[in-house]
Ligand binder design. Sequence first.
Ligand code: KG4
Ligand code: ZN
Length: 325
Amino acid sequence: MKILGIETSCDETAVAVVKSGTKILVSEIASQVEIHARYGGIVPEVASRQHILAIIPILKQAITKAEIDWSDLDGIAVTMGPGLAGSLLVGVSAAKAIALAHSLPLTGVNHLEAHIYANWLNDKCPLFPLICLIVSGGHSDLVLMRDHLDYVLLGRTRDDAAGEAFDKAARILGLGYPGGPAIEKAAREGIASIKLPRAWLKGTNDFSFSGLKTALFQLVERGKISTVADTASSFQEAVIDVLVTKTVAAAKEHRVKQILLAGGVAANSLLHQRLKDNSPIPVLVPESILCTDNAAMVAASGYYQFQAGKISSLDLDVVPSLKIA
Ligand code: KG4
Ligand code: ZN
């Protein structure tokens, strides 16, 4: 079964074709990051206009590269939320047009579930029950997954998402946008010598990173930091410490078989390493390029939805504030 995946929830226009939910035939990404970097963050109207420009060329490119014809496809999976409304609308409209023109079934995919399904895009088939930590620019969700498409939300961020915290910290430190890779790179040259607060929110699986961001801002304002590298390293340690401790505790409590990482922040190699070092069970993480936004994960997620008979009608709407459970 070959599924066409379309992703336009934020600032990447992405199209992929995935076979049987696991094998990527093609995965194309048109990134807008350089355009938004000028503004220090994503400008929603600019993002939707860029998707309009990119969507048809990238669709054609993907079909050509996969060496298939439209008639070889078995279904279309498109991100319906969460994300920016104007951006989501471009992908959903394109998906509907293709579904109608080629008489193909359509399924609307939750972007967060798609991030989890990036873990199926390799040979290691994840085992249920599992805990997944989704850490992206907009979300920090701790999810218990008992089977395909069966999610229980255990905890979420109460303020800034983990990726958002990285982006804001990078801005404070003058490291540019996107902040995650910039902080990770700067931190490699430093040592985590600065004491920064951790919000444990004991008795819950929730996260909070706004206090850490404020603490960092105040240190920089008062000129109390030694080097940018040491500060980036200390900040990264503080975020990872909380993410790892809470994820491992939830995994033990729910006696799961595996821990999965997902979302843009999962591309952080120290997060992966620390989780592996502290977990008594296997930790899976997608390849770096599949951690950040892509359409292969949307196609993989869509494949399991089609298997379960979850088909959307052509009046599918976008849901910008869609939750995972
Ligand atoms: O999943 P994603 O591509 O988009 C959303 O769905 O939000 O995640 C983007 C986020 C950004 O905040 C970015 O700074 C962060 O992921 N990120 C990282 C790294 N690479 C991307 N954070 C920490 N370390 C990284 N290496
Ligand atoms: Zn994402």
